[in-house]
Ligand binder design. Sequence first.
Ligand SMILES: *[C@@H]1O[C@H](CO)[C@@H](O)[C@H](O)[C@H]1NC(C)=O
Ligand SMILES: *[C@@H]1O[C@H](CO)[C@@H](O)[C@H](O)[C@H]1NC(C)=O
Ligand SMILES: *[C@@H]1O[C@H](CO)[C@@H](O)[C@H](O)[C@H]1NC(C)=O
Ligand SMILES: *[C@@H]1O[C@H](CO)[C@@H](O)[C@H](O)[C@H]1NC(C)=O
Ligand SMILES: *[C@@H]1O[C@H](CO)[C@@H](O)[C@H](O)[C@H]1NC(C)=O
Length: 395
Amino acid sequence: MKILLLLSSTFTFLHTISSSSSNTTFICKTDHDCRLNGLCSLTTSTCICDPGWTSPTCGALDLLPATLGTGYNKTSFNASSWGSKIIHDPSNSLLFHLFLAGFTHQCGLDYWSPYSRIVHATSLEGPAGPYEFHSEVVGTFAHNPTVIWSPADEKWLLYYIGCPQSVNATCTSPSFSCGPGNFINGESGISVLSSEDLYSWTPHGQVMSGMNDGAWDADITNPSPHPLGRKGEMLLVYRGCPFNCSGNELISLSTAPSFLGPYTKLSSPIFPESNEDPFVWQDKRGNWHMLLHSLEPDGGFGSGPMVGRHAFAEKLEGEWTFDAETLAFSAVVEFQGGEVREFYRRERPQLFFSEDAEMKPLFLMTGVQEVGSEMSYSLIQPIEGAREWEQALGI
Ligand SMILES: *[C@@H]1O[C@H](CO)[C@@H](O)[C@H](O)[C@H]1NC(C)=O
Ligand SMILES: *[C@@H]1O[C@H](CO)[C@@H](O)[C@H](O)[C@H]1NC(C)=O
Ligand SMILES: *[C@@H]1O[C@H](CO)[C@@H](O)[C@H](O)[C@H]1NC(C)=O
Ligand SMILES: *[C@@H]1O[C@H](CO)[C@@H](O)[C@H](O)[C@H]1NC(C)=O
Ligand SMILES: *[C@@H]1O[C@H](CO)[C@@H](O)[C@H](O)[C@H]1NC(C)=O
């Protein structure tokens, strides 16, 4: 009965999505109307989307069915994980690295704090994996990892949140702090590691701390860095919320002369909608984009499928446009063979791009939790063009 109900609500949702994507009345006037993910044809007034994007507005990722058993899914061992970032090995074209949050002691998603630690996994089977555990990069408590290459520093940088915490074998959530901004779950404060080879990491400590004051972003987390200039300047997008995260979760950005800081924040959130888990990138035309985990009423933490939003800007300092109309991705995932699953939670989006000048999005990484399960895992879903890219690589 439960399954029937779930299926029927899934199909209603898919129907809604497909009827809005066949909205032939959408008329664009500028590339901005096409979410900066395509160009507005002046002859037809319709959007011509860049590879990887679709819908009349180009605001939706052109997702392909995922393959069961790929990604990093250790739930058959009762081991939960969350989020992930794919890195293509620079010297072995068939080797892929995955940096993710993996939880110790078989503790489920509710115990992410303090049981999360940073895991390095590897795969020789393509960007979607499946991946196998390679090593622990940072022990409990360490969460929200993301890895970028900094051309100016000629180093890999791993940004994360957390601070050392010993944990009990029985899953509990004791109150602790990793610095200003949060005394409940240690989420506030962003740290960095650097590496020349992805295996050996040098810690640089916390580079951006929260505040014990009344600021809207006293509590800072969810780092998303992006290299800016030739001299090593760094952009760091983050999610802020009031002290102890006792209010709205909003997105803003900060910049620093070097990855080590000091990071200077913009004074306000870049749009008023509640979101977390930003993932920022600059496209082939120089425009800025981010994917987000939306906290809207039909999304958020298991409240509905509307989980994946997109925001974009011509200039980093803004104005940023939050796309509340076209959903970038939802909690509904189609698998090869035709199975459709609506996840309870789907968060922490990150993208893997083609390495040429086109910068096509090829894979979407998210953390997912199935309905009725305490456990979570790292799902990797291909985007249109992924198979051709793999074939060209010889996979
Ligand atoms: C269809 O496009 C029109 C024109 O842009 C817009 O006003 C309307 O809200 C869209 N409808 C849906 C269901 O997306
Ligand atoms: C993840 O693993 C669980 C347990 O083996 C399995 O039930 C589930 O289908 C897997 N999910 C995917 C997407 O492969
Ligand atoms: C996973 O947890 C279940 C329920 O506690 C238990 O019965 C099972 O033995 C565990 N499996 C493993 C591989 O530890
Ligand atoms: C470990 O468990 C004990 C007893 O339940 C509790 O008092 C303590 O706070 C826990 N410590 C941690 C680090 O979880
Ligand atoms: C933050 O949480 C801690 C632990 O629950 C509590 O002691 C403190 O009063 C809270 N501070 C604020 C400003 O809410």
